[in-house]
Design a protein around this ligand. Sequence first.
Ligand code: BGC
Length: 918
Amino acid sequence: MYPKKLRCEYLADPLCIDVPAPRLFWILESGKEKKPGSFQAAYRVIVSSSKEKLTKGEGDLWDSGKVESPETTHVAYAGKPLQSRQQCFWKVKAWDDGGNESRWEDCEVGSWQMGLLEKGDWHARWIGAPAREPRKIKVVDTTKPEPVEIAAPDPSPILRKAFTIAGKLARAMLYSTALGEYEVTINGQRAGDDLLQPEWTDYTKRVQYQVHDVTGLLRPGENVIGAMLADGWYMGLLGPGDAVRQRFYGTNRRLLAQLVVELADGQLVDIVTDGSWKLLENGPVQASDHFRGEDYDARLEQPGWDAPGFDASKWIPAAVDDSVKANLVAQKNEPVRVFATLEPVAMHEQVPGRWIFDLGQNMVGWCEVELGGAAGQKVTLRHGEMLELDGSLHVDNLRLAAQVDTFVLDGKGERWFHPRFTFHGFRYVEVSGLAGPATAGMLAGKAFSSDPPVAGSFECSNPKLNQLWSNVLWTQRDNIASVPTDCPQRNERMGWMGDAQVFAQTGIYNMDMAAFYSKFTADMRDGQKPEGMYPDFAPHPFPPGSFAMSFGPGWADCGIIVPWRVFTSYGDKRLLEENYESMKSYVDLIVDENPKYLWNTWGSNYGDWLNGDTLKAKGYPAKGGEMPKDAYATAFYALSSGLLARIARVIGKYDDAAKYGEVRNRVVAAFNETYVEKDGKIKGDTQAGYAIALGFGLLSDEIQALAVDHLLGAIKKYKGRLSTGFISTPHMMLELSRRGHLEQAYKFAENEEFPGWLYTIKNGATTVWERWDGFVAGRGFQDKGMNSFCHYSIGAVGEWLYRVVLGINFDEEEPGMKHAIIAPRPGGTLAWAKGSYDSIRGKISSSWKREGATTTYRVEIPPNVRATIDLIVPKGVDISVDGKTLGQAEGQGHFDARGGRVRFDVGSGSHEVVVKGA
Ligand code: BGC
């Protein structure tokens, strides 16, 4: 057994850590011996200031010594205080429970670097173009009768600074950020491959800076650092529906950059943004905006502008702006970058001169396109998620977000172009303005998102469910550019928290979301009002003191639910501590405003959004799907106060744990008194009501059984169809599955008519639709103002695929997968299923296969993880575990057979369970 996959603050070899005691992580790999059931008994971490010292085993920064502990996650650095820009190299060795010690040579080297920790470490000044009055233009909003006025984005200024390196170079690190969006180049090459930097935060509270190692881009003698600035979230169009804003956070784009060059003799040279930088206001990027797209004019390119030897004598000095007061923080999360290139799968000329390319996948990003033609010729790319029946691009659902890129050519031959400071949600691209016919090879989609590693896999014998899994993962990728958004195409793209909380667990199974959600919890805190209200989306671009779109049950509660999910999935206690005061003030506010323990005073209340009552279908009940909003809100009151009590207990605040536990008990009592009848009927008699009450644990044992019957009744009322909204659907799937109605859950999952996931797949969906009936053959598109084809909310069924079909479950009492509960539940039409989850303690795999009366389960558990296998089997069947009859196999903790259910413990390694006669 030896440690591998070394990470710091959840990231592989990060360059900007700004916490004083960074946490270290590793996983354990079985050695050749593959000894089953191994545990880590002790570890030793060595942190050195250089690779050489580390190789020699000199932990000059920290040597933990041998620590008797099974811990492999969140091991907090406890060595010498770390300085700004400190380089730290580390390795770890482990002892297993048999006393075997891993060899240092088998451990890869991990590293991290500290960011600029003190304000005084920054010598750079904010620079940019002189302020200009914006020009107004009128643009189309597809949901409005008249064009609307917006400010035309200014051209992106380009900035440059030439400097000389005299001496031998050892290392060069670039610390940079912007108000707006930026790209930096050194000698004509991009520093890093991150996009949409510095990402979206509430810039009035925090601005993230990025760090790049640019040693390889510099050379002795003259060098040039160049930059471009654009509007981004800081100044560009932003916001949902009628709350669209522009220039919300500020009216001037600004750049801050500090290039720290370390020479071989130890000398440090800082190249910083200041008044000595040169600026050209009218760069080739003529306008860019996340919603609208980008306009590029190749005729305005300045060949060689960001390389030595360029004559910038006609450029103006950059304006220095010392009025900027930004709180700079190191970027916590994986950057946004391209993760896939999609080649067109089809193309057609829809009307003469208008070519439609199909990329085969609804994606987020932009296209790279090879263009040639006369100087001044303009090529236009429009982006949409769907096609109309006549084969033209469907753009009705975009509202104000036109997603149009234009390229004006310079007549100097064919070249590849792409936009920089925008992103689109699309599968189809319409290209017009070409000099000749389009060719398939001239265009490719570059899909990008924040880039946490993919953590999950899923496959089964129903190909449509496999497509569903793929659609859920794609929809996640399409909605995590810096913040978890509802959708990536129309003017919305907000960090809607109802969607985020309901999808969080699926998100965690699919990808390693720890760093991403750590940033998001800070965004939610930044959006919280002093009174304690969490917003309904974060960041929350409203002026201070505005309570608009805040304090919505099921949305604002995300402020508690997401930290809890991060804790149970990754074991992150520090995140709970960081968010504790904020969570507490939120629950206190609910209590203050609703002292009778029924949540009646809320901010917004969207209820169980997109429930059955919003469906437009013949023969489908027009009413009766929506859980009444008061009961729904009170259920969240109970959930949040109950979670807060558990969180308080985890972080050792026992008085608070008792206090909020009591609040929860009172809310549960009030819920039952007010909304639950003696026979178990819940106000509204909706599928959603039962799903939520059962899922949130609001009912007594006796009432639970009755409520399950009512749930089945409510399903019958809908002729076996769903009527739940996106908040309650995942709870219904899980509750049916664990309460003896697995087959009903499988029926929902495999149903190919709407409302049902596979209906969308039958209709060619490659991402999850916002609405079950987003498009219906014969009827057409749903409400164009709200009809996204890339919304992850109802994709929260992913949690069911992992937890029920594969059976990979967390144990909330032993967070961070110290203990896994493997409870696969074969069902529906499936003959087999297999998949895995890369947990924070290593990869867990689970598969099963049904052949005649025999079901074979295979499970793989990483070292240092205990697992309980939990199966439903008819009484009297033969069960063998790893070739031995259950109950006799060695190393099994306990064997418990009750009512057809067997549970037994296994240690790490591969296990095979064969159930015969099932
Ligand atoms: C979004 C949703 C969101 C909702 C709030 C919508 O416009 O797209 O997914 O949660 O507003 O009700």
